[in-house]
Design a protein around this ligand. Sequence first.
Ligand code: ZN
Length: 167
Amino acid sequence: MQGHGSISREGSSSISSSSVDAPTPRCHCGVTSPIRTAWRSNYPGRRFYGCSGYGTSRKCSFFQWYDPEPPAHYSDVIRRLLETNECIRSENTELKKTRQELLDELRHLQQSVHETRAELEVAIAASMDMEDNMVASVATTRRRGVVIIVLISVIVFVDLIALALCF
Ligand SMILES: [Zn+2]
């Protein structure tokens, strides 16, 4: 019963403060007032008539609610939603920043991989040249070794023959 009374009281006060059915008012400047939405008031989202020169050098304090006064609970809910929205927005900004940083890092890593690959290719080509040279060098050394062994064998053989002829 008490709840119903308070609801009907709010309802009637809403209607009395409402200007929905009234003709569009003119502000102190004599200009038709546009409907704006109040976000930083106790009733976030509640619309009002204000001066069309609001925010300019025109000093006109005209103000008249357009929407009826909403129940306090609605304003609380809207305020909480606005706060949540603000949190999500700042998280989104943070995520975009992190994404950009990661993309920059990825680009640096790709550049680094590219450079390292080029250096490795040069090093591999150089080591293959070196290997070819070593193989050729080993073959030459082996040939010289064979020649020296043959020469020693010949000298030893000649010495043996000379020794045999002496006796
Ligand atoms: Zn005005």
